[in-house]
Design a protein around this ligand. Sequence first.
Ligand code: SIN
Ligand code: MN
Length: 293
Amino acid sequence: MRLSPEQRAQFDRDGYLFFPSLFTPEETRNLTKAVPDLYDRREAYNVREKGSDAVRTNFAAHMISEPFAKLARHPRMIEPVEDLFGEPLYMHQFKINGKMAFEGDVWQWHQDYGTWLNDDMMPTERAMNVAIFLDDVNEYNGPLMFIPGSHKKGVVEARHDLTTTSYPLWTVDNDLIRQLVERAGGKNGGIVSPKGPAGSMILFHSCLVHASGSNLSPFNRVSVYLSLCAVSNHIRRFKRPEYIAHRDFTPIECLPDDCLLKDYPVDLPWKNGLPGSALVTSSDPIDAIKKAA
Ligand code: SIN
Ligand code: MN
């Protein structure tokens, strides 16, 4: 799937593109069916909500589960991003966020690139988030909120919040959010919230400021997030475990467009458990590790 000049201009202006119902109900079902088995596992890659057993985020399902391994190579997700960056991509991060009915907690205002820079030493913002809704997203179940155009600010000041939720995040303070929302139109479009059926896709810039509220509704809001990084922009530090920030910079090769409906061979290296190496971390940059070896 390629982007039109109008879509490229819109992405440049707003920092995101929304594709309602890009995947069919049949394609989406094959993904949704595989989620409970992943969430049931008592593994480090399942981060649960504060004080609850509900999964907040599941990492690296593309290394474990066949439908998600195929999604990670899907041309409808990979090709537009390759097009925008003009080079091959590798998978920096792969998440299935639960935001479960009644239990799903907030995601504070943040930019993803803030974390990738501060924790992983990713050199530039040449990385992209692609979200796919596995449930319908509506105004009740904690939809994503974006500040359109906020990516143009580049990396903004952030604070490492280790306490608000069960997951540490570099977050942006309220005064700056107020200014950014005002600049984007205040009550008239300063915050947008793409909503739509399961199977919809959002592509959003790694510096776009975003957040989501809690899910007090009885409707789950499970979504998959691929974070795709230009290969030349690979991370320079392994401070976070490999299941959170991947260390294999091999370019992604796409499968055919019907891959979610047919059998295609895919590797599932972590199917039977995480290797010990995926838990090893270091605060040193990769170059220093290589020199010491
Ligand atoms: C994120 O920003 O990484 C997740 C936000 C959400 O799932 O609502
Ligand atoms: Mn984010």
